[in-house]
Design a protein around this ligand. Structure first.
Ligand code: ADP
Length: 319
């Protein structure tokens, strides 16, 4: 291929910029041209496309968000929208496309590939919920943001002898909650992968209080229920008072960690390598420290791997 395109789509994540930079520089290194497509699939359909040079991706490796902007676009879920996108790509002489985003964005990339237009997916989401890859770009940064917040909340929880519920993101996956719970020393972690018993949590909080422990941290993944709902349940069913902190969108922002920048660089470069060697229709991932490519269908047919061992450990350490 002589010319490829790159876009970011769906929920943004720290490290998307580092991935775009890697795509642009790796492609130029191989004497290919790169077009940046702005505002995701929406911009693609509208032809919001500009050629990117080396300098266009300078000074962005350390920045959160995405310089290409992101968007959600309902029209692109229909074949008509996808054909409009392909028409724009062909008009500009773009022969293959790198899509950086979550599993919704991957569905769009798969749709284009099935229509004969080669796409490659790079996992950009803080949720770490894409099957086939151990980590997604942005997860590590979001995790560190959550940990920082837990530490701060713990200071005030300790000072006032309070129990706090902290609601974290993750969509239907419990990875962010689990890792944050373990790294933040939470007493309880609730994840969508494991149904919970409110009386068991209440029992644990009460046992802690009898031991003289006056504060506690409960992490709840948004895929389980909201922090407020859990607060109501604990009050109504176990007479336990808690305070709630919903971390919200701060989890999606901020300068990417070194780990996310390195991962994004490796994955962006791998995506270019795949298109360069005519291997469209693949997702890039990392497995056991190795950067891999695998079929898009595996993303949708597979089940996201939840680390049961780590979950067990987090319970053992928070008795
Ligand atoms: P994420 O990529 O973070 O999971 P979304 O689920 O919002 O975010 O998906 C991002 C965009 O991908 C959507 O706005 C839409 O344009 C496109 N998309 C999602 N699902 C499909 C689908 N089934 N077919 C084609 N495009 C899709």
């Amino acid at each position: 291929m002589k010319k490829i395109g790159v876009l970011t789509s769906g929920g943004d994540s720290p490290g998307m910029n580092a991935a775009v930079r890697a795509v642009v520089r790796k492609a130029i290194y191989h004497d290919m041209q790169v077009a940046g497509i702005f505002h995701g699939y929406q911009g693609l359909m509208e032809g919001n496309i500009k050629e990117l040079e080396l300098g266009d991706v300078g000074d962005i490796i350390q920045r959160g968000g995405t310089k290409l902007y992101s968007a959600r676009c309902l029209e692109f879920k229909e074949k008509e929208g996808q054909l409009k996108g392909i028409e724009q790509l062909k008009k500009q002489g773009i022969e293959g496309l790198v899509v950086i985003g979550g599993d919704g964005s991957y569905r769009g990339a798969l749709a284009l590939t099935n229509l004969g237009y080669p796409c490659v997916g790079v996992p950009g989401t803080i949720d770490n919920d894409i099957s086939g890859t151990d980590y997604t770009i942005g997860f590590d940064t979001a995790l560190n943001t959550v940990i920082d917040s837990i530490d701060k909340i713990r200071d005030t929880a300790t000072s006032h002898d309070r129990s706090f519920i902290i609601e974290v993101m993750g969509r239907d996956a419990g990875d962010l909650a689990l890792w944050a719970g373990l790294a933040g020393g939470a007493e309880t972690v609730l994840v969508p992968e494991d149904p919970f018993d409110i009386q068991e949590i209440a029992g644990r909080l009460k046992r802690g209080r009898l031991r003289g422990k006056k504060h506690s941290i409960i992490i709840v993944a948004e895929g389980v229920m909201s922090g407020q709902e859990l607060q109501q349940k604990l009050l109504q069913e176990a007479d336990i008072e808690t305070h709630v902190s919903v971390l919200g969108h701060i989890q999606r922002g901020g300068s990417p960690t070194a780990r996310d920048r390195v991962l994004a660089s490796q994955m962006g470069a791998k995506a270019v390598e795949l298109l360069r060697t005519n291997q469209g229709g693949k997702a890039v991932g990392i497995r056991n420290r190795e950067i891999v490519a695998y079929d898009f269908n595996e993303v949708f047919e597979g089940v996201h791997h939840f680390d049961e061992e780590m979950y067990k450990l987090s319970k053992e350490l928070s008795i």
